[in-house]
Ligand binder design. Sequence first.
Ligand SMILES: [Zn+2]
Length: 146
Amino acid sequence: MTATTHALVGGAIAATIPDPVLGVSLALTSHIVLDMVPHWDFGWGWRKKTKLKFFLEAAFDLCLGFILSYLIFGQRVNFGYFVTCVLASEALDIIEAPYWFLNWRFPPFSWIYKFMSSIQGKAKLPWGIVTQVVAVFLLVIILKRI
Ligand SMILES: [Zn+2]
């Protein structure tokens, strides 16, 4: 999914789960569960993009996600905990980044790349965004009931 979706979920977890061990674990695992939902993201067709274009898109996505997540969920939460949950929710894509941008085709980067590629659910636009909006809403509703 987009980094924005992962950041929103990480922020929502930080805002609703006060226990940091549980919160960070949930944020980490949420990435795998979310990526299985059919979706679109900037990683689609990354081999056909220039590295600069892909990097700028990824950086934009990361910044947008962090700002939106902070505005919606982060203001009433300890800032360190909020940042940790957001980073944990994006960790698998962040660890994968050297594979994309630095051609580091060796473990653990190649393992993460293979694993993450194998579980990706794909959906074309606009449905690939709609599924992410729905997933974030459902998770926020579930988290608020815990
Ligand atoms: Zn991902």
